[in-house]
Design a protein. Structure first.
Length: 285
């Protein structure tokens, strides 16, 4: 009797009439078309509106090439640092009990609740010429704000929750039984982490790194505040797009913007693949 009741409950999960389901699907597709597919098509259409030669020339322009290299440099530094932080923080929060655990969780979520512009202003107040550490930095000929270090710091701040927030629920759901068994068998803490914990969350790590990298390369607000908009020196790709657009150089602006759009598409494909592998791993386990 109980089996039949659960079977009937499972068969009645979709109780909406077919017209309602079709209406919901059509509404979702309409929103995707208006706010995703059409803007993407417009970006690539405008980027190639004057032909391949103009497109490639816009990407080879010295200031644009400098912006691309700076963006890659910032991502190459901030993403690994956030990966290390995310692994350490998530391991500590999910596997151990310690004073200040709730505070650490709150601090990890801080960049989600603070505007990127505000985070950029924080670094200006700290390291700017009139900031708290500004005179000391000037005396020692060190430059943070309006230079690459400030851009890297601002990017690290706005992106550090991504890896940790992806791994914390994953590690908590897996429990501590395997780690405790490894420790009982004589494994050290680091051996337990690298041989037991890390292999179990490898797809979650990759997922968090993908999101972190996409945000690092596309960050605008915080970077705009600390960069100083120095052409050929402190402009990242998003800032270069803004400059070209404000100069009415629309073809070049959309050509550079197409790089970010392409990054978004690649990120979406890789993200979907990682999600598939994560679900497959859950089914196998």
């Amino acid at each position: 009797m109980q089996h039949n009741s659960s079977a009937r409950s499972g068969n009645n999960t979709n109780t909406e009439p077919a017209p309602v389901r079709w209406l919901l699907v059509a509404t979702a597709m309409l929103f995707l078309t208006l706010f995703l597919f059409v803007p993407l098509a417009a970006v690539f259409s405008e980027a190639f509106s004057k032909g391949w030669e103009t497109y490639l020339a816009a990407l080879r322009e010295p200031d644009t090439w400098s912006a691309i290299k700076l963006t890659v440099l910032v991502a190459a530094i901030s993403v690994p640092l956030n990966l290390v932080f995310g692994l350490v923080a998530s391991w500590a929060i999910a596997k151990f009990a310690f004073p200040g655990k709730s505070l650490l969780l709150t601090l990890i979520d801080l960049p989600f609740s603070v505007s990127p512009v505000i985070s950029g202003l924080i670094y200006v107040l700290l390291f700017g010429l009139q900031g708290w550490l500004g005179p000391w930095l000037q005396d020692h000929d060190l430059k943070i704000v309006f230079a690459a270090p400030g851009i890297i710091l601002a990017t690290i701040f706005v992106t550090f929750p991504f890896v940790a927030r992806e791994l914390i629920p994953l590690m908590e759901s897996q429990g501590r039984e395997e780690e405790e068994a490894a420790l009982t068998l004589g494994a050290s803490g680091l051996q337990t982490f690298f041989l037991v914990t890390l292999p179990n969350v490898k797809w979650g790590v990759l997922y968090g790194v993908i999101l972190c990298n996409a945000r690092a390369m596309g960050e605008f607000g915080a970077v705009s505040v600390v960069s100083g908009h120095i052409r050929g020196m402190t402009n990242t790709v998003p800032l270069q797009v803004e400059i070209l657009y404000n100069e009415y150089n629309y073809a070049a602006a959309f050509a550079v913007a197409s790089l970010l759009a392409l990054l978004a598409l690649v990120t979406l494909v890789v993200k979907s693949w990682v999600e598939f592998r994560m679900k497959r791993q859950e089914i196998q386990s």
